[in-house]
Design a protein around this ligand. Structure first.
Ligand SMILES: [Zn+2]
Length: 249
């Protein structure tokens, strides 16, 4: 029996049981497996991994583990400078478009309200989610670890938070999207673009008198849904302002 030692860094530890976090973990084998297979056997999706060092040298996912190897596994966007190393992705994930799994409907609405192009359809199969991510270069957001293990996926991220406002903050922080926030430019219902509208354009669509105390109106160019700034948006406005402001610090 041969053995190697694995150590996972930073957020990758979210996928490990406590006793395996941030420490050397032994791995025993007979036939040399690929480093990708071993990483996923620990429960860490390959989509979360950006750099792998074996005895200090960077390797790609296909690297075969040898007896006595010491393997360090680093997440996407780890802040230390890895520019001379083999990045496992051809270019940085400057992603502004998303596709979300069927459990993240509330986050999908928030991302749209924040202005991000967000594909969401609770009826999508896993294959359709993977295809949308690959073909349309959308970052797949999911809480399904199994889905992240699909080898065709190169843009995917496991959402840690369970509350939707925390989830939005997590995504904006993790992918450094503060400068890309465009609040109230997309329809939360269908992802269409919102256009400014006059009171007269939408008055006939809502109950008489509803709009009397409002001044700012929009309409979705895709589904036609009318919108206006109402008191119920106060909390949302505060969240979006807070997210945008953090960029200036
Ligand atoms: Zn719409």
């Amino acid at each position: 029996m041969k053995s190697a030692t694995f150590r996972f860094y930073a957020e990758l530890n979210d996928f490990l049981p406590k006793e395996r976090r941030s420490r050397d973990v032994p791995f025993a084998f007979d036939v040399s497996p690929s480093v990708k297979d071993v990483i996923e056997s620990f429960g860490v999706p390959h989509t979360e991994v950006d750099v792998i060092l074996v005895d200090g040298l960077s390797v790609d996912f296909a690297h075969r583990i040898g007896n006595g190897d010491r393997v360090g596994v680093y997440p996407v966007f780890e802040t230390f400078d890895v520019s001379p190393l083999v990045r496992l992705r051809p270019q940085p994930l400057r992603v502004t478009r998303f596709v979300l799994d069927g459990h993240l409907g509330r986050l999908a609405r928030l991302l749209r309200i924040a202005g991000f192009d967000t594909l969401y359809n609770p009826a999508f199969s896993k294959e359709e989610l993977v295809r949308a991510s690959r073909d349309e270069e959308r970052l797949l957001l999911t809480r399904d670890v199994g889905l992240l293990k699909r080898s065709e996926l190169t843009r995917a991220y496991y959402i840690r938070s369970t509350e939707r406002q925390d989830q939005l903050e997590e995504v904006v922080d993790r992918f450094d999207l503060r400068r890309q926030l465009r609040p109230f430019t997309r329809c939360p219902r269908c992802n269409g673009r919102l256009e400014r509208a006059a009171r007269a354009d939408i008055e006939h669509l809502v109950e008489h008198g509803t709009l009397s105390s409002f001044d700012d109106f929009w309409r979705c160019d895709s589904c036609g849904q009318p919108y206006w700034k109402g008191a119920h948006q106060e909390g949302l406005n505060r969240l979006l302002e807070r997210l945008a402001r953090r960029d200036e610090i």
